[in-house]
Design a protein around this ligand. Structure first.
Ligand code: SAH
Length: 239
């Protein structure tokens, strides 16, 4: 596991110039330079080394996943609002979670908390077979449109509570939860394939990013670093 610096959850606002207008497939795409800088300064500099993860982050047009009003900050070192009280995670957090998921080509991956669809697109860029569940209908619908428009139509999307996982598509080589759970939902552990990894922020106000690895003998838990995510809602909050 590479050594990483602790990432402060709250980072200074950084302006990034005019909102990008050119689609990412354009070789003259002015957002490419912004992505290169994002990867070099925010991600490689803090110790993420997996070349496939770095490449995926260079390819996914993050500005397409944030609301118009925030596009100028799409490549800044911070989370951004995506409406309905939710956020797209800071690029570094997405990178670390993706690296910890270790989802190579053909890996079966489940994400809980589609949000904007950005993390799902990054996982899809690695060649993983991505499934993603979002509890809020308007966000689920919007993410579906964004992902289809950008050519990520192969991602399987579902609207609903991710607490119970996606049993019909299990087992998964990796499960990535992008909302903080007060406890680890048992179904997510159950739906891990042997050797599979669950990457999940656990806690309430203070949260820790955890990796639960399914081994021959049982499970191993690694605590990575403190994080700040929006809360996981639904069944996980019921007494
Ligand atoms: N991965 C997202 C970030 C999403 S923020 C991205 O790349 O943009 C966390 C998301 O989890 C929110 O959209 C929130 O609505 C969703 N969420 C919260 N509780 C959930 C649950 N029980 N099941 C599915 N999604 C949930």
């Amino acid at each position: 596991m590479p050594v990483r610096h602790l990432a402060p959850a709250l980072l200074a606002l950084a302006a990034c110039g005019e909102p990008p207008r050119v689609p990412s497939s354009d070789p003259e795409d002015p957002t490419r330079a912004a992505r290169e800088r994002m990867v070099a300064d925010q991600i490689e500099a803090r110790g993420v080394t997996d070349p496939a993860v770095l490449d995926a982050l260079r390819r996914v047009p993050r500005h397409e996943f944030v609301p118009e009003a925030w596009r100028g900050s799409a490549y800044a070192d911070q989370p951004l609002p995506i409406g309905h009280g939710q956020t797209i995670s800071q690029p570094y957090t997405v990178a670390v979670m993706t690296e910890l998921a270790a989802a190579g080509p053909g890996a079966r991956v489940l994400e809980i908390g589609t949000g904007s669809g950005y993390q799902a697109a990054v996982l899809a860029e690695l060649g993983a077979e991505v499934h993603s569940i979002e509890i809020l209908a308007p966000l689920a619908e919007q993410a579906r449109r964004t992902l289809e428009r950008l050519g990520y139509g192969g991602i399987a999307l579902r609207q609903g509570d991710g607490y119970g996982g996606w049993p019909e598509a299990a087992p998964f080589d990796a499960i990535v939860v992008t909302a903080a759970a007060p406890v680890v939902p048992p179904a997510l552990i159950d739906q891990l394939a042997p050797g599979g990894r669950l990457v999940i922020p656990v806690g309430d106000l203070f949260q820790e990013l955890e990796v639960h690895r399914r081994t021959e003998e049982g499970y191993e838990i690694e605590r990575v670093f403190p994080v700040r995510f929006v809360p996981m809602t639904g069944e996980v909050r019921k007494p």
